[in-house]
Design a protein around this ligand. Structure first.
Ligand SMILES: Nc1nc2c(ncn2[C@@H]2O[C@H](COP(=O)(O)OP(=O)(O)OP(=O)(O)O)[C@@H](O)[C@H]2O)c(=O)[nH]1
Length: 103
């Protein structure tokens, strides 16, 4: 029997916790450096968008230098785990990316 494994990464950021953006950026960079997971699609959820204090996804993307990622597909999706907003869109992107890699 042939075994296939589907790999992807999901990273959840608290968009309202600006104090931790720097730490978050370092953690994400380490995650992306992980050799074994190179080329694996990565979805970044910019969570807690229901809060007025939340930084917009575009600002987070810029702060984390996401546009410098070249070795894998990536997507940042604003969402709220509280209201459910954006979760489906994010998961759709993951499914699409995983499928496009299989071809
Ligand atoms: N307003 C709001 N609160 C959220 C959202 N998602 C999670 N929370 C709240 O944030 C708090 C932390 O959530 P956890 O699920 O414990 O997250 P965690 O990453 O384990 O938290 P840390 O221990 O801080 O790293 C909880 O009180 C959640 O209810 C969201 O989208 N909006």
């Amino acid at each position: 029997m042939m075994k296939t494994s589907i790999l992807f990464q999901i990273y959840v950021i608290d968009s309202a916790d600006r104090k931790r953006f720097e730490e978050t950026g370092q953690e994400l960079a380490e995650l992306l450096d992980e050799e074994k997971l190179s080329a694996v699609p990565v979805l970044i959820f910019a969570n807690k968008q229901d809060l007025l204090t939340a930084a917009p996804a575009s600002e987070i993307a810029e702060g984390l230098n996401l546009h410098t990622i070249r070795d894998r597909m990536w997507q940042i999706q604003s969402c709220s785990a509280l209201t459910g907003e954006g979760i489906q869109e994010g998961m759709n992107w993951v499914c699409k990316s995983v499928n496009s890699k299989k071809k």
